[in-house]
Design a protein around this ligand. Structure first.
Ligand SMILES: CSCCC(=O)C(=O)COP(=O)(O)O
Ligand code: MG
Length: 239
């Protein structure tokens, strides 16, 4: 069992496979994008879509073709820019709500959630769970509300993204999140789990405990990464 009371989880490559994002979520987004942009450039644009489009640079919002190519290229390059992430969340909502999208979390993640949220005391294994992902907070909530084993949002204490906390490779983002978790919380009481070595390094430099999660399909780790950081293959050893 881990000693930290607070667990902050990355999403892609940590609680679900990178292939869910790359092969399911991104293609869904790209398929729905033309219809959303057609709506936007129609004579009666949907007002709820407007702020998402307005977040893109004015120079690319000039025409359907220009905006489509810009957003498609960002998506293919997997750019973690906030305006793209916000629009993706907006588009994925329908997919989750109709049941077309469902998040397949790794089996050990459900098990850890059960224990961390079900235990009645810290001594018995209770832990406070937070999410920190490059995906927008709206997209994070949608994903955890629509997992293959149901809605897990009741067990999550808070969500952070690059808008609310900053870039995941910056030390200051982890300092900010620790403050949000609680003024009295010592950074060493927080455990961060991520597939990304740069994120783990930044979290550790902020005083957090942090482990690399090595899931099938993740980027390979170097020998230096394995020497410098604790690496786990699943959450079994944490519960
Ligand atoms: C919940 S958002 C879907 C995944 C995504 O768009 C993304 O960028 C995930 O990045 P992460 O920081 O969770 O590795
Ligand atoms: Mg990740």
């Amino acid at each position: 069992m881990i000693s930290q009371k607070y667990v902050v989880l990355d999403i892609e490559g940590t609680v679900c496979a990178i292939s869910f994002v790359k092969d399911i979520l991104f293609p869904y987004f790209l398929e729905a994008l033309p219809s959303k942009l057609n709506d936007h450039f129609s004579s009666c644009p949907p007002p709820d879509l407007q702020p998402y489009i307005d977040a893109f640079p004015p120079t690319v919002r000039t025409s359907y073709d220009c905006l489509y190519a810009y957003i498609r290229d960002l998506t293919i390059a997997d750019k973690k820019v906030s305006e793209l992430k916000a629009l993706q969340g907006y588009v994925w909502r329908k997919g989750y709500e109709t049941g077309e999208l469902q998040a397949p979390l790794f089996p050990d993640v459900y098990k850890a959630f059960d224990l961390w949220t079900g235990a009645s005391s810290f001594e018995e294994g209770k832990r406070n769970i937070y999410i920190y992902s490059s995906g927008s907070v709206d997209a994070q909530i949608l994903l955890f509300a629509h997992t293959e084993q149901g809605d897990l949002t009741g067990g999550i204490q808070g969500y952070f993204d690059t808008v609310s906390a900053g870039l995941k490779t910056e030390i200051t983002s982890y300092v900010k999140i620790a403050e949000q978790i609680g003024n009295e919380v010592d950074p060493s009481e927080i455990l961060f789990l991520s597939d990304n070595v740069k994120e783990i390094t930044a979290a550790k430099e902020a005083g957090w405990e942090a482990y690399i999660v090595e899931r099938p399909g993740n980027a390979p780790l170097s020998e230096e990464d394995r020497k410098a950081h604790k690496v786990i293959q699943n959450f079994e050893s944490l519960i």
